[in-house]
Design a protein around this ligand. Structure first.
Ligand code: SAH
Length: 340
């Protein structure tokens, strides 16, 4: 174990078998090692990204997700261009340097609409991240031309069989195609996986981590799977926090200079879950700046932490939390700085 960790920390390369050994092992040493790697490659700065959930309309039927098309209990909404820009402006005034627009996967927004919104936000001197699911290369190209800087699209799992079970009618290779196109078009690309899906093995999680390295991802979001009552996986209740934290920590050790968010799903499972993640390799927080009504309707999983504070007060609260663990909030845009 000591040897594997030492190799990981110095060479940033491990075999699948070695990663599985780390995943089987008690987490503390792995978290500590990831924290040291983060300190060495990224430093104390934490990047904040303002998350706006622009629509929960979705045509897909991912087995785990509360926004799945067949969930008739999900109260659907779509924000107008004006509403999105208003939230972006409030975020900019609160000091945010990045807006992340996320939605279910649909064609509710026309390509031109997204492009207009992106170019308006760019006028606020902010970086723009999109997370709108799978689209054509042409659409991704149009968003990029409008000024989008980054795109987040989790592979969710690299285990093709499991992928099929979890994503009826979706095609694993189309998702890979999307990630390739996004890289090709010059986006900073974020991907990631869910941890704790039914039938998911440690071997397949190790493959996920190797995949992140193979595609040279710029950002990796790791989320513990949380069972949602109104999905087919409702009975699959288990606490995936520690395993997700370990997958995240190993990802930091093997991809030392990328951006890694302390995900909201971690905060949903543990009080201060995001701070625990920041102390185990993460360097990004994505506070939700959507209005309260949207936050409540964008229910991917249950017990999502929803702050009732204003955008400014919430930012101050998160800043205080970050300062309490001896870290600082960066006032840069938060692009990846390559160190290896
Ligand atoms: N439609 C976009 C955004 C999806 S929502 C896309 O396809 O990329 C963002 C992420 O929420 C998903 O990528 C998924 O990993 C995560 N998620 C969905 N359901 C979840 C659940 N039940 N528990 C934890 N995370 C979940």
């Amino acid at each position: 174990m000591e040897k594997i960790l030492e190799k990981a920390r110095t060479e940033h390369i491990l075999t699948k078998e070695e990663i599985v050994k780390l995943l089987e092992h008690d987490g503390e040493e792995v978290y500590d090692c990831a924290d040291k790697v983060r300190e060495e490659y990224i430093g104390k700065q934490v990047y904040l990204r303002a998350l706006i959930e622009i629509s929960n309309i979705c045509k897909q039927n991912c087995m785990y997700c509360g926004l799945r098309a067949e969930n008739s209990k999900c109260d659907r909404y779509k924000l107008s261009k004006e509403q999105i820009l208003e939230q972006a402006e409030i975020a900019q005034q609160a000091g945010y340097k990045t807006v992340v627009m996320q939605s279910g996967e649909s064609n509710t927004f026309k390509t031109e609409e997204i492009c207009e919104i992106v170019s308006e936000i760019k006028k606020l001197d902010m970086a723009v991240t999109l997370s709108l699911g799978e689209h054509t290369r042409e659409e991704y190209e149009a968003y990029k031309k409008a000024g989008a800087d980054r795109y987040l699209l989790r592979i969710e799992t690299t285990d093709e069989n499991l992928y099929k079970q979890m994503h009826p009618k979706m095609d694993f290779y189309n998702r890979i195609r999307c990630l390739k196109d996004l890289k090709d078009l010059g986006y900073e690309v974020g991907t990631g996986c869910l941890v704790g899906l039914p039938n998911q093995t440690l071997e397949s999680l190790a493959e996920d981590i190797l995949f992140f390295k193979k595609i040279d991802a710029d950002m990796i979001g790791i989320g513990p799977f949380i069972a949602h009552e109104d999905t087919p996986l409702k009975d699959h209740k288990q606490d995936n926090f520690d395993l997700a934290l370990k997958v995240m920590a190993i990802t930091r050790i093997l991809l030392p200079d990328i951006n890694i968010p302390a995900t909201t799903a971690m905060e949903a499972l543990r009080k201060k879950g995001r701070l625990i993640a920041l102390l185990s390799g993460a360097n990004v927080v994505m506070p939700n700046v959507s209005d309260l009504d949207c936050k409540k309707k964008y229910l991917i999983y249950p017990n999502k932490p929803i702050s009732e504070l204003s955008t400014l007060d919430y930012k101050e609260q998160i800043t205080a939390d970050i300062v309490s663990i001896r870290r600082t909030v960066s006032n840069g845009y938060g692009f990846r700085t390559r160190k290896i």
